[in-house]
Write a protein that binds this ligand. Structure first.
Ligand SMILES: C[S@@+](CC[C@H](N)C(=O)[O-])C[C@H]1O[C@@H](n2cnc3c(N)ncnc32)[C@H](O)[C@@H]1O
Length: 230
């Protein structure tokens, strides 16, 4: 499934189906659902260990991501959540202590999607306004977090510096940035990776590990971890 004009997108996650409402006509990109978010959720859906009391009988299959996706007792924050797809999907996979963030104009689209999916999620997830360059807003979230989630957030060169700084400020020493990435702007791309390589060790998830129904050639998942101090 590629990015679509359909006003509603259905995303199966484990035994549930998220219903995602998007408005492609708005001037804010966050009111649309972007493919990286679907790819990240379905990658995690493929590998996240089953939740307690939901044995599938396949637990003995070797799982290279069982430690990564052991969400027990972990805290997470999502940057540029848009319609909230990644956060809601990972919540369904057990990442229950999380807060979704975006700029103020995107909040109505996020709130609408949280409301539509409240029954599936069992509650309204936490959300907060966060502009990447606002240190006070970052502090209010009470970092550090075990996971920083970010999908399709690298597309404007001017915001790349604040984005990487926000990731750094939010991530715990042993934390992981779950990044869904697609090249949107060559300038933003170049700067983003130049900055990232200074602070993070970068692991690219092999395409064959993505969910086969949600693996697009142009979309990648990266795992960013803080470089260890020498
Ligand atoms: C292309 S959308 C991706 C939305 C969502 N993550 C997805 O994958 O469907 C980029 C998101 O980043 C947010 N964003 C862009 N610049 C931002 C900034 N400076 N501070 C906070 N959020 C920002 C936008 O509002 C938007 O929701």
């Amino acid at each position: 499934m590629k990015f679509t004009d359909s006003p509603v997108i259905e995303l199966p996650v484990r035994n549930a189906v998220l219903s995602l409402q998007q408005d492609n006509g708005s001037m804010h990109v966050g009111t649309s659902v972007w493919p990286c978010s679907l790819v990240l959720v379905k990658f995690a859906d493929r590998w996240a260990p089953p939740l307690p009391n939901t044995s599938t009988g396949t637990e003995s299959t070797p799982n290279p991501y069982s430690d990564l996706f052991d969400f027990r007792s972990k805290r997470a924050v999502e940057l540029g959540t848009g319609c909230g797809v990644s956060g809601m999907g990972l919540y369904l996979l057990g990442l229950t202590n999380l807060v979704l963030t975006d700029i103020a104009p995107v909040m109505p689209a996020l709130k609408r999607n949280l409301k539509i999916n409240k029954t599936v999620l069992g509650k309204t997830l936490k959300y907060s306004v966060l502009y990447w360059n606002k240190l006070d807003q970052i502090k209010t979230l009470n970092p550090p977090f075990d996971f920083v989630i970010a999908t399709d957030v690298v597309y404007i060169e001017e915001t790349v510096g604040p984005l990487v700084s926000a990731m750094e400020a939010l991530l715990s020493d042993n934390g992981v940035v779950l990044l869904g990435y697609q090249l949107r702007s060559p300038e933003a791309d170049k700067l983003f990776w130049e900055l990232c390589v200074k602070v993070f060790d970068i692991e690219k998830v092999p395409h064959e590990d993505l969910h086969p129904d949600y693996a697009y050639e142009e979309t990648n998942i990266y795992l960013l971890r803080r470089k260890k101090k020498q």
